[in-house]
Design a protein around this ligand. Structure first.
Ligand code: SF4
Length: 100
């Protein structure tokens, strides 16, 4: 678990060494999704965690923690829904903070 506190920069986790090939590229299949979260903007509503609990978590203050910055393609629906449902547009997917 990665702990963040309000006021810290967003946490972005990259694939671990076991998920990268010799050239440093992700071995996951499908279109790559790149997520960022803005802990300054997050109000702790928890919608992202409710929709995609393997990608998002909340710290002890309720602020979003990004568990996987490059989730696999089979989570695309949940990730897009989390981006759309965030009331403060704190989640950015491929450079866009609102999927709609
Ligand atoms: S849905 Fe948005 S405001 Fe709510 S915890 Fe997730 S990032 Fe924070």
């Amino acid at each position: 678990m990665v702990n963040t506190a309000r006021g810290t920069l967003a946490v972005t986790m990259q694939p671990g060494p076991a998920e990268l090939d010799a050239g440093g590229r992700s071995t996951r299949e499908g279109p790559e999704m790149r997520l960022k979260v803005d802990a300054y903007r997050c109000i702790g509503a928890g919608r992202c965690v409710w929709v995609a609990p393997v990608v998002f978590e909340q710290d002890e203050d309720g602020i979003v923690v990004l568990l996987d910055a490059t989730p696999p393609a089979d989570l695309a629906g949940e990730v897009a829904e989390a981006v759309r449902m965030c009331p403060v547009e704190a989640i950015e997917l491929n450079g866009v903070s609102d999927a709609e």
